[in-house]
Write a protein that binds this ligand. Structure first.
Ligand SMILES: *Cc1c(COP(=O)(O)O)cnc(C)c1O
Length: 444
């Protein structure tokens, strides 16, 4: 799969370095590859030496491109919408792609979530959720502006979202002048934790809620699986306890399903595994099949009604590109595939991917440098006993035909839903080889 490009060095990579910032990357570090094309689960890349690679995308482009690149159904839906209109303001106007999307979202999410706000990214939907909770409390005559969140959480990079991220991971100290002070609960116990540990965590949650009830506007969580904050599942009883505690003090329970939604953890929405319905749900990432940035917030009838009947009447937010028709068309096509038929749906995909991840990652548990290898639905994670060497992992994974982007101690994959079991095998071989390379490094 690797052949040198005539004319050598890739100029895109060279021009990038020092010019463009990448996510949490230094200006002078540049990128590993430039992308020349992509199709299905593959990305076509060129490295700094001018060598071409065709790699399986083990990341689904940060968990979003679940139907693969240049998916014919997705492409057709967007092309068709471009032929009608690509954008129009949403203030005072509406359009069919937005209405259809809202109707579909209400239909596929847990019963009781009946109203929709379309935002331009996951982080923005979290901002809107936090504002909604504060508005709800004010409409009820209460000044409550604090949120209860979990240590190890990740909810996005804007300031409101950052203020409910893990205090260390969310860099609260660095941005103290921007961030509200919220309240954090310890990470909930793992799914296999003994009952006593779960009970102790629930008691801690009860105590914290007791002492701060008067100021809590809402509770925000990633249901059952914490993603970018630590790639870690937790016990459903913790989510059930948070539902009950939020009800006790009339705080808004916000489920951030931006990563967990649309089947990724093995059920359509992670909240459903715990049998709870949140008051507000945020969706993003796979929503548009990774074609365009968009997120959605869903809200329960009773909470929307309190805001509608208040002096506010409106939910106080309205971005320029709200309900962008191209993004809506992409989301409608994506939802059609996810909940559509036997071949493209999330369920057969997870039934195929999950066992392949289990089998493929099992050998990692034998490596001395590995502290755990865990599969949750369509997520496979190897945790090392040290920070991952990103350069080493990228190189070894590429040698095994796979694109991986590890972080902290985690080498992980979230395969595209179109992946075959054989493709998942290759991804897990790449992960195990990358972990193994760390062992060799420590031995030398
Ligand atoms: C990715 C993510 C976000 C932020 O979404 P963006 O589209 O990157 O702003 C928020 N919450 C969770 C759980 C996420 O995984």
């Amino acid at each position: 799969m690797s052949e040198p490009v005539p004319g050598a060095q890739d100029s895109t990579l060279q021009r990038d370095t020092g010019l463009l910032w990448h996510p949490y990357g230094p200006l002078d570090a540049g990128a590993h590859f430039s992308v020349t094309g992509a199709e299905g689960p593959y990305v076509n890349l060129v490295d700094a030496a001018g060598t071409r690679h065709r790699l399986l995308d083990g990341m689904s482009s940060w968990w979003s491109v679940v139907h693969g690149y240049r998916n014919p159904v997705m492409d057709a839906a967007l092309t068709q919408q471009i032929g009608r209109f690509s954008h129009v303001m949403f203030g005072g106007l509406t359009h069919d792609p937005a209405v259809e999307l809202a109707e579909r979202l209400v239909e596929v999410t847990p019963a009781g979530l009946d109203h929709v706000f379309l935002a331009d990214s996951g982080s923005v939907s979290v901002e809107v959720a936090l504002k909604l909770a504060i508005q709800y409390q004010r409409a009820r005559g209460r000044e409550r502006g604090t949120f209860l969140a979990l240590e190890g959480a990740y909810h996005g990079d804007t300031t409101g979202a950052m203020s409910v991220c893990d205090p260390v991971g969310g860099m609260h100290a660095d941005f103290a002048s921007l961030l509200a002070e919220n309240i954090f609960l310890a990470q909930p116990p793992l799914p296999e934790a003994p009952a006593a540990e779960v009970q102790a965590w629930v008691r801690e949650a009860e105590n914290l809620v007791d002492t701060s009830a008067g100021k809590l506007a809402g509770v925000i969580v990633e249901p059952l699986f914490q993603g970018a904050g630590g790639m870690r599942p937790y016990h459903p009883a913790a989510l059930q306890a948070l539902r009950r505690l939020a009800d006790d003090i009339d705080a808004v329970l916000i489920a951030d399903e931006i990563a967990t939604g649309f089947g990724r953890t093995g059920s359509a929405f992670a909240s459903q595994v715990a049998g709870i319905t949140p008051d507000v749900m945020c969706l993003g990432k796979a929503l548009t099949g990774g074609y365009v940035s968009m997120a959605a917030l869903l809200c329960s009838g009773p909470i929307a009604e309190v805001i509608t009947r208040s002096s506010y009447r409106a939910l106080m937010h309205g971005p320029t590109f709200m309900a962008n028709p191209l993004a809506c068309a992409a989301a409608n096509a994506s939802l059609g595939l996810l909940f559509g038929d036997e071949t493209s749906g999330w369920q057969p995909a997870i039934e195929r991917i999950s066992p392949a991840l289990e089998a493929g990652l099992a050998p990692a548990r034998e490596l001395p440098v590995v502290t755990g290898a865990r599969v949750t639905g369509g997520i496979g994670v190897i945790e090392l006993n040290r920070p991952v060497d990103i350069g080493l992992t990228t190189r070894v994974a590429a040698e095994h035909g796979t694109w991986l982007r590890p972080f902290r101690r985690h080498i992980y994959t979230m395969p595209p839903y179109i992946s075959t079991a054989e493709m998942v095998d290759r991804m897990t071989q790449a992960m195990v080889a990358a972990a193994e390379a760390h062992s060799q490094e420590s031995a030398s």
